[in-house]
Design a protein around this ligand. Sequence first.
Ligand code: TMP
Ligand code: ASP
Length: 236
Amino acid sequence: MKKLEQVYEGKAKKVFATDDPELFIVDYKDDATAFNGEKKGTIAGKGVINNRVTNYLMGLLEKEGVPTHFVKELSERETLVKKVSIVPLEVIIRNISAGSFAKRYGVKEGIVFDEPTIEFSYKNDDLGDPLINSYHALALKLATKEEIETIKKYAFAVNDFLKKFMKGIGIDLVDFKLEFGRLSDGTIVLADEISPDTCRFWDSKTGEKLDKDRFRRDLGNVEGAYQEIMRRMIGE
Ligand code: TMP
Ligand code: ASP
């Protein structure tokens, strides 16, 4: 597989074309941003961890019946993925109040919900990724009704699996963000990443935050938290 020109650079990853028109290579960086890019930094070794963790979870999710873009891990930081066009919606599932939910609705963090919630943000940096509902998404032609239904179904399936899996390694899955893409034939698959950058993970016993909130909120030992997640998940 030949790595060709860069086709995209995001805040945490670069994407390259390959000699197969249906495949891309994702390259994970150590760069970290928060608050729509206002806060910038580096988390040493983050790219390696997020690559491994994402691939490990996507492999398990495929077995659970959630199709993903994952093809093959190529190196510490590089993964071969199916080429998709990203649906410009950030899909957020929450099991416990935290972050923007706690702020928006004026509640404390840590309230365990009876049922998970789902929400969408319009992926648009210029607008600051505003909250959007499915009617707005349809009006803006960001996705079709059928695609939104499929995305919701997969997002809740990811939650059912990931919540149990994380509980098994002593971690409460607070919330997370997913992105989906369309293959060239229109099939919806899970894309982007599932990592401590895109999830909130709280230690079940101590409540310690083991995710990007350590960076967002200057809590220290960011690298240690990412390593701890990888160690508990994969044993490395
Ligand atoms: P929030 O509480 O700030 O809305 O975040 C909800 C979840 O989504 C949390 O696990 C972090 C993740 N997230 C991202 O992955 N990217 C983002 O740009 C934002 C705002 C949140
Ligand atoms: N990565 C996002 C940004 O830079 C936000 C976040 O994860 O908090 O905007």
